[in-house]
Design a binder for this molecule. Structure first.
Ligand SMILES: [Zn+2]
Ligand SMILES: [Zn+2]
Length: 134
C-alpha cells in the first residue's frame, strides 16, 4: 500500500510502497518527549519500500544507549518523521501524524503501558502490554 507524507513545513516529503508490517501506539517516556506528551502512533513499513522524495531530514541517535534508535526529523520545522531501530533493521517506522491519509490507521497493540499517563487513551480491545509483547 502506498503511503505519502511529510513534515509540517513541507520541506521533507516521503513515500512508502511496501505492505504495512505493524501499527501500534507506544506510551514510553521517550516517546512522550518526541510527541509532546501523548503516545507515539506509528506504522512499521519495509525499509526497502521507503524513501524520502523531497528534502533531507536531520537525524539524531543517542550515544549513551546500548542499542539506540535513530530519529529522523525536519531540520526546519522540527517535525518528527520516523525512526530506524537496530531491533528491526529491515523496517522504517513512520509517525502517523506525518501521513497525508491517516484513515487506515488502527493500532494492533499498545506498548509500554507501564509509562502510560492518565490523559493517554487506549481504544477498547487493543492488546496492551506493560513493555513489549513477549
Ligand atoms: Zn518541516
Ligand atoms: Zn515509545
Amino acid at each position: 500500500m502506498k503511503i505519502e507524507g511529510g513534515c509540517y513545513c513541507g520541506e521533507i516529503r516521503y513515500e512508502s510502497t511496501g505492505d504495512i508490517q505493524f501499527q501500534m501506539q507506544c506510551h514510553c517516556r521517550e516517546c512522550q518527549y518526541i510527541t509532546g506528551g501523548n503516545p507515539n502512533v506509528i506504522n512499521v513499513v519495509p525499509a526497502d519500500g521507503f524513501r524520502f522524495t523531497k528534502g533531507e531530514p536531520k537525524s539524531f541517535t543517542r550515544s549513551d544507549l546500548e542499542k539506540p534508535v535513530t530519529r529522523y526529523f525536519c531540520g526546519n520545522c522540527g517535525t518528527a518523521i520516523g525512526t530506524r531501530t537496530p531491533s528491526r533493521p529491515d523496517s522504517f517506522i513512520i509517525k502517523v501524524g506525518t501521513m497525508d491519509d491517516q484513515s487506515h490507521f488502527k493500532p494492533q497493540a499498545a506498548i509500554f503501558a507501564i509509562d502510560k499517563r492518565h490523559y493517554h487513551h487506549i481504544d477498547e480491545g487493543v492488546p496492551t502490554f506493560e513493555r513489549r509483547p513477549g
